[in-house]
Write a protein that binds this ligand. Structure first.
Ligand code: BES
Ligand code: ZN
Ligand code: ZN
Length: 458
């Protein structure tokens, strides 16, 4: 697998360099003395940014309000350099800002999925004025996010359950993360009725992937990521306008992979196990049909009411298996689960549900640190009622009604023992426009926040 590269990066010192990107605060002397030349139009950031010439130097001056704007500054500096100056070496000078976050913003903002473009542009070169440790931390968090983005962006003819398993194997070969891949035959023999039902209609058969990073051999944190490499809807085929970008339906699996990459490289002393149930949801003569009754890994019988509500079905098997096998302290699942969550919260905010209020609070807090938004949605008991079935223990979807994100969570709850947090990333996992340092298409949303949460956890 060819991963997206960072721009060229080196450490700088003092005030060397001809092109400087500087934060510009109203009350900061250094920036004030440099103003007075002709500003070139550039409105990357509300505080104002301008290109200035000063004593044979070019200055990218970007208005910021406080050190809370560190990532915004880094991002705006990169974008101004790229748009206005081209393939130049520019000195990123955080000055009074947070060094790590400044570089993180620049790196995250520099992402471009260009592996399938035959013509590649030359890009600016960052000279970072900060400590080596801050540089390495920023690189690592951005690298984890790039891994998530790259996996989400990979087209479905290249990324399907089997090839995803190979990508993960290669990514972690020789590292502290142990990878196990369970084939379709094993899933059939071991009662994974949900994953088998969702994946059997495709030529590309399902896989279950387990990634383990266990330096302490204590109770692990279990992270499950939805890995539908393409969600056509199955027999409930999605219409035009809804099907085109469904290669992104494995963003949960991509995020979980980015997270375990990040924490293993940081060397965190915390056991983490990631499980990604991988399947392709396709219509065919062999596909699951509405009305099918399937027996799940936990022996519950489910009536497949809608073949497009497939994510919860694969997640349920993976959750039940992971909880039984690894007896985790907490289970966290990440999934592009429902369109309803996007309708409720929009495209930049993830839905937070579950049974573990303390962890939900902690994740929301970690999101404030990483500038990713999470909003809690209800788990009221009446949502489960909508899944009542006449022929099986319950259905996989409601026949009608609102509150789809909560109904999906109510379905998952049937497969949970112990502490559990469910994160619906259907909105923010991808973007049509991009925002801040989040690019179009795969954003990597959630990767940095869960890493942050794990780093802060006692
Ligand atoms: N993968 C989709 C959810 C989704 C929608 C993700 C839009 C990203 C953007 C999921 O499998 C799905 O199709 N959900 C259905 C559930 C319904 C049939 C109960 C939905 O949300 O419409
Ligand atoms: Zn679906
Ligand atoms: Zn789906």
């Amino acid at each position: 697998m060819e991963w997206t590269n960072f721009p060229k990066l080196e450490l700088g010192k003092g005030t060397e360099g001809r092109i400087l990107a500087l934060p510009l605060a109203k009350d900061k002397g250094i920036a004030k003395t440099m103003i007075g030349t002709t500003p070139i139009d550039n409105d990357f950031y509300k505080g104002g940014s301008r290109l200035l010439e000063y004593k044979n130097k070019i200055i990218i001056a970007i208005g910021v309000e406080s050190d809370k704007d560190s990532r915004k500054f880094g991002n705006a500096a990169w974008k101004a350099a790229e748009a206005f100056l081209g393939p130049v070496k520019f000195h990123l000078v955080p000055d009074f800002l947070d060094e790590e976050k400044t570089l993180e913003g620049a790196l995250l903002g520099s992402y471009k999925f260009s592996k399938y473009l035959t013509e590649k542009k030359e890009r600016p070169w960052i000279v970072f004025h900060g400590s080596e440790q801050n540089m390495n931390n920023a690189l690592l968090k951005a690298r984890a996010t790039f891994i998530t983005r790259d996996l989400v962006n990979e087209p479905t003819n290249k990324l399907y359950p089997e090839s995803f398993a190979e990508m993960v194997r290669e990514l972690f070969s020789g590292s502290k993360v142990e990878v196990k891949v369970y084939p379709y035959s094993w899933l059939k023999e071991n009662g994974f009725g949900g994953i088998v039902s969702v994946g059997k209609g495709s030529e590309n058969k399902p896989r279950l992937i387990v990634m383990k990073y266990c330096p302490t051999k204590t109770k692990p944190i279990l992270i499950i990521g939805k890995g539908i490499s393409f969600d056509s809807g199955g027999i409930h085929l999605k219409p035009t306008g809804y099907i085109e970008d469904m290669k992104m339906d494995m963003a949960g699996a991509a995020t979980a992979t980015g997270i375990i990459y990040g924490i293993s490289k940081l060397g965190l002393q915390k056991d983490v196990i990631v499980i990604t149930p991988m399947a392709e949801n396709m219509p065919s003569g062999n596909a699951a049909k509405p009305g099918d009754v399937i027996t799940m890994y936990n022996k519950k019988n489910v009536e497949i009411w809608n073949t497009d509500a497939e994510g919860r079905v694969v997640m349920a098997d993976a959750l039940a298996y992971g909880i039984e096998k690894f007896k985790p302290e907490i289970s966290i699942d990440l999934a592009t689960l429902t369109g309803a969550c996007v309708i409720a919260l929009g495209e930049r905010i993830a839905g937070l549900m579950g049974t573990d209020q303390k962890t939900m609070n902690e994740i929301k807090k970690a999101g404030e640190e990483t500038e990713e938004d999470f909003w809690q949605l209800p788990m009221a008991k009446h949502f489960a009622k909508k899944l009542d079935s006449d022929v099986a223990d319950f259905r996989n979807s409601a026949s009608k009604g609102y509150g789809g994100a909560s109904i999906a969570a109510a379905f998952l709850k049937n497969f949970i023992k112990g502490n559990w947090v469910h994160i619906d990333i259907a909105g923010p996992a991808t973007s049509k426009t991009g925002w801040l340092w989040n690019p179009k298409e795969g954003t990597g949303f959630g990767t940095r926040t869960i890493i942050e949460w794990l780093m802060n956890r006692k």
